[in-house]
Design a protein around this ligand. Structure first.
Ligand SMILES: Nc1nc2c(c(=O)[nH]1)N[C@H]1C(S)=C(S)[C@@H](COP(=O)(O)OP(=O)(O)OC[C@H]3O[C@@H](n4cnc5c(=O)[nH]c(N)nc54)[C@H](O)[C@@H]3O)O[C@H]1N2
Ligand SMILES: Nc1nc2c(c(=O)[nH]1)N[C@H]1C(S)=C(S)[C@@H](COP(=O)(O)OP(=O)(O)OC[C@H]3O[C@@H](n4cnc5c(=O)[nH]c(N)nc54)[C@H](O)[C@@H]3O)O[C@H]1N2
Ligand code: SF4
Ligand SMILES: [Mo]
Length: 750
């Protein structure tokens, strides 16, 4: 254990990577008498060098949270009782068996949530549960998140997780941030500790930072320029930038030029997209758009970055694609300071299998959802389909649901319908640590251990990192209950049950070896050779495999001096393997072997965008549109039970521009009724000119006063569930990703 007595002599100090967001900050966790008494930044951390945010200091509070489930619970009616693990798994079997026997595997699905990707065990084991349960179609928070980027990356580079990220630590002249607020989020599809510090550095060095966002965010406040934009029109602005780049002879592909295909097609497509033709709808002056194109072309080192505001919107795939296109056309691609492909020290289970998935055929529209007829995209339909697939009778209705670290009753659009649908399930099993708005509907909840009782090594996050690095964290605390299963064992046991095994007869070790062997083969190695290297299984073994078969790995003795997990264990501050390197040729997996600048599947969506602009976009007189926001002290829906993180400026309010508030007869602190086609709610109003006129903002992840939850602090700061307002059918048509931004609403005074 990476511990040493601190200066007082009575406590131990543990080095640990915070698992709450992509920044992956190194923490010093001070423990005495078995409890965390303080958490400090670890300045010696090779990756984060002392960066931290207020959330990282609350891991002790999460660990000690009296509401966090310590044992499995079973619900009968409105009553929950704690049970033994054997009883809990027997109940899972009792619930699942009849559904599967009478209705087949198509009646069972899973919803995978965001913390799964940050969790040592769940990230590496959820795949086997889905496979063994024979689940045909899963749902995930991915379709309320980065699905557009997955689509554009697959079509441009050949892998849905082959996502280039800004090489921000070396950007010096111009950083354009679109639809992201790293002041709150700390970076996303951009794992970079201290994004705000990089923004300061760029400006100190004479460079410029521009934020394109309907809200003047904390990031915009720290930038040189805030460019307000009408939600959902970013793709139009970027098409106009592309137009100017071609029209003014500014295209310069730079060193990546030999790898780029589709330039002529793109030029043709951009011909009509003059700045003047989009300026009205975007509410960005044409000359500013033109100048942006020239600034990007002139900059030596620049990068355009787009994130959730560009994904969770009606034209998410077009916008996500165009961010990359503009970087490529201006030569800020696969070059230091521009958009580059990370080189993770370890593969993730998701990235390891991405090309195998593609080989199954074009991952678009291979099947359609039963009720809405939504085309599948990359194996999933919109998360909002889940509700109707549960509440609509007929052959193929979903009757059993497993949620894994997800809270779709709050995080998915059409929240009212899902909350009404969940009680119709015959079997609902949640792998989760709290009784919240979603899990309160479960029949059985299987909690993982406390957040500081497990080891940690990030899985997917290193794929978005601005440098190659790795960090191993030992458990800070011993298991509170040594007899309870680890989270990966919970997943495997449930997998066995879902596959038809008796609850008390699941051979967890055999399943673990089987899953490990699948992963070994996917790495091109022979399990008979690799398995004897280990005496124990679990996620740690998978981490070792992923490091040893990664770019710096020893390939089990084939590469002399290559890395293994033991090297990371010996380096409690982590190992830094340097900044990103140009590697486009190495990562490309398209059929053509080139970067596809103008994939037909995406460009066919341009007429829809043009029609939207011609209708005037969202710009109808008096009409308001709603966008989402994040706060530094929240993490989606699930940190509001930590007293230190709620209250103060972290409140669930509707922010409105003064003109819009005046028109609705609302003053700061008043209560508004907000209504959309999907639902309505009442919320406190905050009047501020940080909003552009016509756009209002609410955070997601609130609404903690549902009956039957067990999160006392969250309940005392309940707020309202903004996804009641998001219509489930409002999606980016070609990715199926939810458009929770740009929702048409009316706001009236109560
Ligand atoms: N309106 C609107 N909606 C949005 C968004 C938005 O911007 N606006 N953002 C979307 C995005 S980007 C995302 S990622 C989704 C998030 O959507 P979800 O992943 O569905 O929601 P979270 O709030 O992250 O819920 C996490 C769940 O995991 C549980 N949990 C936390 N840690 C652990 C753990 O270690 N083990 C287990 N087993 N469970 C754990 C929590 O108790 C909680 O139930 O929300 C989306 N929804
Ligand atoms: N503190 C904190 N950190 C988090 C999270 C959290 O909940 N809290 N969640 C994590 C997760 S799961 C994710 S995915 C990331 C997300 O990370 P970010 O993408 O940085 O997310 P936000 O902070 O929501 O910033 C999105 C911005 O997009 C703007 N926006 C909305 N619609 C549009 C539009 O149409 N066009 C443009 N140009 N802008 C628009 C909003 O006003 C908002 O400022 O954050 C992660 N980190
Ligand atoms: S920024 Fe905050 S939440 Fe994110 S990893 Fe660092 S300390 Fe944790
Ligand atoms: Mo997310």
């Amino acid at each position: 254990m990476s511990s040493a007595p601190d200066s007082t002599g009575n406590s131990t100090v543990h080095h640990r990577t915070c698992h709450l967001c992509e920044a992956m900050c190194g923490l010093e966790v001070h423990v005495s008498e078995g409890r965390v008494h303080k958490i400090r930044p670890n300045r010696a951390d090779a990756w984060s060098k002392g960066h931290i945010c207020p959330k990282g200091t609350t891991l002790g509070a999460l660990q000690d949270d009296p509401d966090r489930l310590r044992a499995p619970v079973i619900r009968t009616g409105d009553t929950w009782r704690e049970v033994t693990w054997d009883e809990a798994f027997a109940e899972c079997e009792r619930l699942l068996r009849p559904v599967l026997e009478e209705h087949g595997n198509q009646a069972l699905t899973a919803f995978l949530g965001n913390p799964l990707a940050h969790n040592m065990a769940l990230a590496r084991y959820s795949g086997i549960l889905i496979g063994m349960a024979g689940i045909h179609h899963i749902y995930s928070s991915g379709t309320v998140d980065q699905w557009p980027k997955n689509v554009s990356s697959l079509l441009m580079y050949g892998g849905m997780w082959t996502i280039p990220v800004p090489d921000l630590r070396r950007t010096s002249d111009l950083f354009v941030v679109m639809g992201a607020n790293p002041q709150a989020s700390q970076g996303s599809l951009l794992a970079c500790p201290d994004v705000m510090g990089e923004i300061k550095r760029i400006r100190r060095g004479g460079g410029k930072v521009v934020v394109v966002d309907p809200r003047r965010t904390g990031t915009a406040d720290a930038a040189d320029e805030w460019l307000p934009i009408v939600p959902g029109t970013d793709a139009a602005l970027l098409m106009a930038v592309v137009h100017v780049l071609f029209a003014d002879g500014l295209v310069d592909l730079g060193p990546a030029a030999p790898h780029i295909a589709g330039l002529a097609d793109l030029e043709e497509l951009a011909r009509d997209w003059t700045p003047e033709s989009v300026a009205g709808a975007c509410r960005v002056p044409a000359d500013r758009i033109r100048r942006l194109a020239h600034e990007l072309a002139a900059a030596r080192s620049a990068v355009v970055y787009g994130r959730i505001g560009l994904c969770n919107q009606e034209f998410g795939t077009l916008a996500s694609w165009l961010v990359d296109v503009v970087n490529i056309l201006t030569g800020h691609f696969d070059t230091p300071g521009g958009l580059m492909f990370p080189k993770p020290v370890n593969w993730s289970v998701a990235t390891l299998t991405q090309h195998a998935k593609k080989a199954e055929g074009a991952p678009f529209g291979r099947w359609h959802s039963r009720v809405r007829g939504a085309p599948e995209v990359l194996g999933q339909v919109p998360a909002s389909c889940l509700a109707e697939e549960i509440d609509t009778d007929g052959e193929g209705r979903i009757r059993a649901l497993v949620t894994i670290a997800g809270n779709p009753a709050v995080s998915a659009p059409g929240a009212d319908r899902l909350r009404a649908a969940l009680p119709r399930l015959d079997a609902m099993i949640s792998i989760d640590n709290w009784l919240n708005e979603t899990t309160r509907h479960a029949h059985v909840v299987l909690p993982g251990p406390g957040p500081l009782e497990t080891a940690h090594f990030d899985d997917l996050m290193w794929n978005f990192a601005v440098g190659s690095a790795g960090k191993w964290s030992e458990p800070v605390l011993p298991p509170a209950d040594p007899d309870r299963p680890a989270e990966w064992e919970i997943v495997l046991r449930l997998a066995g049950i879902a596959a038809g095994q008796k609850a008390d007869a699941v051979d967890v070790k055999a399943l673990d070896d089987m899953w490990f062997s699948v992963l070994v083969r996917a790495c091109g190695l022979d399990p008979d050779e690799v398995l004897p290297h280990y005496t124990e299984g679990g996620p740690e073994r998978i981490v070792d495999l992923s490091v040893r078969t990664g770019p710096w790995g020893d390939r089990y003795g084939r590469v002399e001096g290559g890395l293994t997990l033991a090297d990371f264990k010996a380096a409690p501050n982590g190992i830094d393997l340097g900044p990103m390197v140009p590697r486009v040729a190495e990562v490309l997996a398209t059929d053509s072997g080139s970067v596809e600048l103008a994939p037909a599947y995406i460009t066919a969506d341009l007429p829809r965008l043009r029609a939207h602009l011609d209708r005037g976009g969202a710009d109808e007189p008096g009409g308001l549109v709603l966008v989402s926001r994040r706060h530094l002290r929240s993490k989606n829906s699930w940190l509001h039970n930590v007293p230190a993180l709620v209250g103060g400026s972290n409140r669930c309010t509707l922010i409105m521009h003064p003109d819009d508030a005046a028109r609705a007869g609302l003053a700061d602190g008043g209560t508004a009724e907000v209504a959309s086609e999907a639902g309505s709610l009442r919320v406190a109003v905050q009047v501020s000119d940080e909003m552009m006129p016509g756009v209002v903002s609410m955070p997601h992840g609130w609404g903690h006063d549902d009956p039957g939850t067990r999160m006392a602090t969250a309940r005392a700061h309940a707020g309202v569930n903004s996804n009641v307002l998001a219509p489930g059918t409002f999606v980016d048509a070609i990715s199926g990703n939810a458009a929770v931004n740009g929702v048409a609403v009316t706001v009236t005074a109560v």
